[in-house]
Structures are given as structure tokens and as C-alpha cells.
Design a protein around this ligand. Structure first.
Ligand code: EPU
Length: 338
């Protein structure tokens, strides 16, 4: 059962960090017209929440919060190889992944158990185990909040990158995403290229011909073991992005820290933030309310009763310590709302 709060302005149960903050008004959006008929509430400061799984409220929010409840899935096109599926933005992402796996449609099985809604998926281009939503995304439908006009963007126009899209930058707070279109593959070859997924799958289902369900189950097992359950400890998944540094800086760091894991990417070298944080001694570090999750150093947890300001203060201490020890600037991956 979802916990209820009698305070109709409380955001506590509407985001996964579980901080006791309030908004001016909270407006559920079941249909597009709930947006247009409440246009006056969109003036000034406002925020759209899906399942609130990637946000930290540092203070009470001095504006209105719209909660996305748009539901529905429609097949737009289908042939013997592919399915083009339109998904309403308020659909739960993990349930969508499970639905596609059950239908034997491949493409998003590696993205199982990522918290949040379908509509939030392109905002930060969610990704895990070598797949990102950009790999299957075809289009995004949205309403321009100022004009009420409906807009459809093709993938190439969304500015998608690592945990990045135009919705986080130049289009911030301008649009309400109403649906996404994804292309999935029938009879897809199973290619769990990510070693950890492959190894887990082989261990869980030895000597079997692997199918999508096996990939899905392996990803669920890995994530359940490594990521904290929000019902127990409030959190928003990875708190920081993995930093990308220049090749020259990477060489200097490697000379001092030869064991540092690193991955070549298009614009430099990606260093796992979890490793940097762990090396600075933060793993297992906690106050009585806030801490680093012992199984994954990239995750900050609310152990109960922490304020947003306390969590943000803890995060800033981590940033300062990584900067001091490695000269690398960490950036939050979570949306920080002041
Ligand atoms: N590592 C440590 N200490 C730790 C955990 C990891 O040193 O406590 C190092 C290890 O070297 C490990 C490397 O970090 O090999 C990478 O760790 P992991 O595979 O767990 O992935 P990550 O880079 O920490 C990213 C995503 C996760 C996603 C995983 C799996 C980001 C910011 N995070 O984490 O996404 O689940 O890869 O693909 O890119 C999220 O965005 O909320 C999220 C959980």
C-alpha cells in the first residue's frame, strides 16, 4: 500500500528521497486537459514529477507541482521484426520493461528496475549495462506549457547524451512530456555484452539457451543486490554523474593511481565516481540520518528523517573531498531543487 499523507501539500511520498517538504499546490495530471485547465498554476515556479526518483528537494518548493498520471500503451506499427510502441509518460518504467520482455520484444531488458516513469526516461537518457533509452527511442510527444500546443520531436532533435537531453538544459520547465515512442525487436539476438550481466545470467541459468527473460532476471538480481530499496532507505539512485576528464588529466591521475578504473569515451576518459568516492574514504561513512550506501558508493541514502539541506550538505562534502584528493569535479546526476 502506498503511504498516504493527509497534508495535501506534502511532497514526502511523491519522491524517493522521502524528505519532508511541501509545495504550494500539488496537481495530479490524469489527462492533458488537467494541464490546460490549470494553466494559471503553471505561471511562475512549477515542477513536473513522475515518480520523483531523481530529485532532491533542498527546501520547501515555492511553486506548484504537477504529478504525471498519464497512462496507456499503443502499438503504432508492427511487422515480423519490429514493434513501434507509444507509451504514455506516466507509465512506470520497470513495469513497461517487464511487459515488453513478456511479449518477447527486445531492446530495454537491460533497463529493468530503473525507477521512474516512461516520460522521465528521455529527460536524463536513462541507461544501464551498456544500453540507454536513446538506443530504442523514436520520438517524444509533449505539450508546450506556455501555448498548450502539442509538439512531437524525433530522437535526433532531443540533444541526447550521457544522462543528458535538452529537457534538462535549454528546454527546462518548458514542456510536459505526454508520451514516448520506442522501437523494439522481435526475435532479437540476446547480446548481454556487459560482462557482469553475462556472468550473472550464466550462473543463474546454466547450460540453457538464453532468452530475454534471462537477461531481465539477471539485471534484476544485480540491481537488487547493489541498489538500496527506497522503501527502506530514501535515495535517488546514482547521486553523481561519472566524470569525464581530458586524456592529459587521466594520464596524470593514472601515474599517481595506477589501479584507477577508466573508460575511453568520445570526449575524453570516464572515471567511475563511485571509485573516487570510495578512495576518499566515504564508503560506509554516515551521520545518524545521511550516508553513503555501503554496496554502491555512488548512492546517498536518507536513513530516516534527514532534511534536504542535510543531504545536500553531505553531497557537497563528498564533492569537496573528491576535488581535493583527485582534482576532479563531481556533478550531481540527481536534479537538485532549491
Ligand atoms: N565502483 C567502486 N566502488 C563502488 C561501486 C563501484 O569503486 O562502491 C567502481 C568499480 O570500479 C566499478 C565501477 O565503479 O567497476 C562502475 O560501477 P558500476 O558498474 O556499479 O556502475 P556505476 O558507474 O557506478 C552506472 C550508472 C548506474 C547504472 C550502472 C550499471 C551513472 C551515474 N550510474 O553506475 O545508474 O545502474 O552504471 O550500468 O552512470 C542511476 O543512474 O541512478 C544508476 C543507478
Amino acid at each position: 500500500m502506498t503511504p498516504q499523507n493527509s497534508d495535501t501539500r506534502s511532497l514526502m511520498y511523491l519522491h524517493t528521497f522521502g524528505v519532508a517538504v511541501k509545495a504550494k499546490n500539488i496537481i495530479p495530471v490524469f489527462r492533458q486537459k488537467n494541464l490546460t485547465e490549470n494553466k494559471h498554476l503553471l505561471e511562475g515556479n512549477f515542477l513536473v514529477l513522475g515518480q520523483g526518483s531523481n530529485v532532491l528537494f533542498v527546501n520547501d518548493f515555492a511553486g506548484n507541482v504537477f504529478v504525471n498520471k498519464l497512462k496507456g500503451k499503443t502499438i503504432l506499427a508492427e511487422n515480423e521484426n519490429e514493434v513501434l510502441l507509444k507509451v504514455a509518460s506516466g507509465e512506470n518504467w520497470h513495469r513497461l520493461v517487464r511487459f515488453c520482455v513478456q511479449k518477447k520484444w527486445g531492446g530495454i531488458e537491460n533497463l529493468a528496475l530503473i525507477p521512474g516513469t516512461a516520460g522521465a526516461a528521455p529527460v536524463q537518457n536513462i541507461g544501464a549495462y551498456g544500453t540507454e533509452v536513446a538506443d530504442v527511442l523514436e520520438f517524444v510527444e509533449a505539450v508546450d506549457i506556455a501555448s498548450g500546443e502539442k509538439i512531437i520531436w524525433q530522437k535526433k532533435d532531443l540533444g541526447l547524451g550521457y544522462r543528458q537531453s535538452n529537457f534538462k538544459t535549454i528546454w527546462k520547465n518548458r514542456y510536459f512530456i505526454t508520451a514516448i515512442g520506442i522501437k523494439l525487436y522481435k526475435n532479437a539476438e540476446i547480446q548481454p555484452n556487459y560482462p557482469m550481466v553475462r556472468e550473472t545470467m550464466e550462473k543463474m541459468f546454466p547450460q540453457q539457451k538464453h532468452d530475454l527473460t534471462h537477461v531481465f532476471e539477471a539485471v534484476c538480481a544485480i540491481r537488487s543486490a547493489k541498489l538500496p530499496d527506497v522503501k527502506k532507505w530514501g535515495n535517488a539512485g546514482s547521486f553523481f554523474k561519472n566524470p569525464v576528464i581530458s586524456l592529459a588529466d587521466a594520464h596524470t591521475l593514472q601515474a599517481n593511481f595506477p589501479q584507477m578504473p577508466h573508460f575511453s569515451v568520445e570526449n575524453g576518459v570516464k572515471i567511475p565516481a563511485a571509485w573516487l568516492i570510495e578512495q576518499c574514504g566515504w564508503k560506509n561513512k554516515a551521520t545518524d540520518k545521511v550516508g553513503v550506501y555501503p554496496n554502491q558508493a555512488l548512492i546517498i541514502v536518507n536513513k530516516g528523517g534527514a532534511t534536504g539541506a542535510e543531504i545536500w550538505d553531505f553531497a557537497q562534502q563528498i564533492i569537496a573531498s573528491v576535488q581535493e584528493n583527485f582534482g576532479v569535479g563531481l556533478e550531481p546526476e540527481v536534479q537538485i531543487v532549491f
